[in-house]
Design a protein around this ligand. Sequence first.
Ligand code: ATP
Ligand code: OAA
Ligand code: CA
Ligand code: MN
Length: 666
Amino acid sequence: MAANGNGEVAVNGNGAAAAARKQKGTLPSITTSDKHHHEVCHDMSAPTVKAQTIDELHSLQKKKSAPNTPIKGIQGTFAALPEEERQKQQLQSISASLASLTRGSGPKVVKGDPANKNQTNQKVHQHHVAAPTISASDSSLKFTHVLYNLSPAELYEQAIHYEKGSFITSTGALATLSGAKTGRAPRDKRVVKDDVTGKELWWGKGSPNIEMDEQTFLVNRERAVDYLNSLDKVFVNDQFLNWDPENRIKVRIVSARAYHSLFMHNMCIRPTPEELEEFGTPDFTIYNAGQFPCNRYTHYMTSSTSIDLNLARSEMVILGTQYAGEMKKGLFSVMHYLMPKRRILSLHSGCNMGKDGDVALFFGLSGTGKTTLSTDPNRYLIGDDEHCWAETGVSNIEGGCYAKCIDLSREKEPDIWNAIKFGTVLENVVFEEHTREVDYADKSVTENTRASYPIEYIPNAKIPCVGPHPKNVILLACDAFGVLPPVSKLNLAQTMYHFISGYTALVAGTEEGVKEPRATFSACFGAAFIMMHPTKYAAMLAEKMLKHGATGWLVNTGWSGGSYGSGSRIKLAYTRKIIDAIHSGSLLKAEYRKTEVFGLEIPTEVEGVPSEILDPVNTWSNKLGYNDTLMKLAGLFKNNFETFTDHMIGKDNELTEEILAAGPNF
Ligand SMILES: Nc1ncnc2c1ncn2[C@@H]1O[C@H](COP(=O)(O)OP(=O)(O)OP(=O)(O)O)[C@@H](O)[C@H]1O
Ligand SMILES: O=C([O-])CC(=O)C(=O)O
Ligand SMILES: [Ca+2]
Ligand SMILES: [Mn+2]
């Protein structure tokens, strides 16, 4: 062990000490000669390393795996190139992405961390933190260091070294802070309106698309690119969206934070080394300069935050918010444009599959249970939030999950609990300073604490994340008014009515004095992300459900026994039993009766659920209060639906009429 090939013995520590002295030029170095060798009694029990210096020792620690992996299958033109040429093209592509449009050419880019460069080239050994040199106006003279598709371990080191608020938790997750913004900012989203998008997209009342012009987009793009180029280093992720190989989209994310890079590493589909070699030019690029604000004097800007989408350029710019969910949901908006053009329906839904291949979709607004209920130890997880429904079946858009963590418990959500380990990004949680144990009940930073992890962290994830056509379409509503039944079976018209309505009523958070639930209607259970008129998506859903014989369900994951304040949230265990009965098909065979006002079919019995809670009226002690609340909610539904009454859903006027009649009747 200790002896090298020449029969010499490296004396641990001496080499390094000698080298250090030599460098100082004071004492002559001590050499251990061979003849003393046999006379000196060495302690051979501890093996010694084959290194003469600490540097050498450090270099032993790391090995570089072969830069190019053998390409299997079809050899693309890109793959046929020698490694050096491929690297050059890749850097050119990144430089082109970062090019200022006014100056034309892109920055000089080089791969790797500038801090490491100092270490190897200049032999600087102290534990220094390289002070970032901001030299915005000289950016054409300097190199932009690109940290390209780093691994989670490398990103951890970057985050912990350079980003305040980054810590390793007791289970190995990376705790991070998203800054001033802890949720999305839909009012700061802008979409470029041009001749094409002006006609194709949904604009005006109720639409999430707030217009901006091309020129203003370019102003913000330049602002973001200049900011990114002024930095010592940027992170670049080249990844995929959509597990359907025929409809896969290549995305590039340029960002300034390791947190953002690790988040997208988890959320998008991770390319294999082979796929990365053939990546080429991305289909869509995000410039995340979230640390830098937009300029409020810029036309269309109403705050210092702006999330700008330009479909013609296939680009998105983020300024003034570091909340990582903007990237995830920004790309989801893009998919809501690209996929329907290919006659593929994009869905804000979770999705899982039973052992027999029965697929269920879980629609619902934020916090209604998509992630919680699609993550089911008895079923295969296809995805928790974003899917496509194509002619061939369903596919997940993403490569990871984004779970709410407020009040997370090991008992109620074991799979999510166990997924919070090394590689997982934990946003805005509070942890014990010393043990780094996370207190999931603590809302000090925000109520919207989140965990982002690769989908394979869920033990029964279905990889690749695709499945056959859905059998059940479950619409989740967290009804804090407490008047919607825990479960109802819907006919197709009702499914469409509730899909277009997109109702939920969460409680307005932790603010003092807020006791009233507030109803939210968000078309297609994701109005913030759709790009075209909701009826376009609804028509596609109706057509697909009809064609594949899927059954619609409305599940209330909210209140029972009264509204928020007097009643309580339906036990997750009961909701799970209801979902089980839907999956198994037993609920389809149950006995039903119709409710008044909403005309919902409710079962008289569900295995494992107390029958008296199935009709909410039974759970209210104040019957008058129940009636008033029911009528109030029905009125809110009616009001909301008015915007859709003059829109035809699909080609068939008959269905439109049916849908209009499928709402509350009073
Ligand atoms: N009966 C219930 N059914 C479902 N979820 C419940 C229930 N009771 C409490 N919860 C809690 O509600 C939350 C549901 O959040 P979840 O992460 O599933 O939302 P989501 O629909 O995936 O939202 P988003 O789109 O924002 O990710 C979880 O914290 C879960 O523990
Ligand atoms: O996008 C986010 O920040 C979280 C999420 O899934 C949603 O709001 O639907
Ligand atoms: Ca979710
Ligand atoms: Mn979501």
